[in-house]
Design a protein around this ligand. Structure first.
Ligand SMILES: [Zn+2]
Length: 137
């Protein structure tokens, strides 16, 4: 969706809270203990307690609560490293993508950090359909 995100594995809450405060981030968590911390109850740090186990419902909750724009720069950040993706020409990726992809896709993006190449294939189409559904709902 183009939103800058970081993943913490839950082993060091203090590090996560420090980073969230320093970088103006919102914490998304299943951990009720984090919601009880004074930094959260005092609203110095915004945190959302994620409900349920269904990832689609969870996404819907986050979109609703933060009033996110589903069309906000979709597919502009690397899902692995959070880096803005750079456009690449077909010729630039010729030897970097599978032949079938090269034959069927014309738009490519590259992550400057991990050098993964992205294109608007079936995964992209499925994600776009899901995001459209959220926008209507
Ligand atoms: Zn990357």
């Amino acid at each position: 969706m183009g939103y800058d995100t970081l993943f913490f594995n839950g082993k060091n809450d203090s590090r996560m809270i420090t980073a969230a405060l320093a970088e103006g981030r919102v914490i998304l968590t299943r951990d009720t203990q984090i919601m009880k911390r004074r930094v959260v109850t005092s609203e110095r740090l915004k945190a959302i307690l994620i409900q349920g186990d269904d990832p689609e419902l969870q996404l819907h909750q986050v979109i609703d609560t933060l009033n996110l724009d589903c069309q906000f720069k979709s597919f502009t950040l690397c899902p692995e490293c959070n880096q803005p993706l750079l456009e690449r020409s077909k010729q630039q990726v010729k030897d970097l993508v599978p032949t079938y992809v090269f034959q069927t896709q014309s738009q490519y993006m590259e992550c400057p950090a991990c050098h993964r190449i992205y294109w608007k294939g079936t995964h992209w189409q499925a994600m776009t359909e899901k995001l459209k559904k959220f926008m209507k709902g």
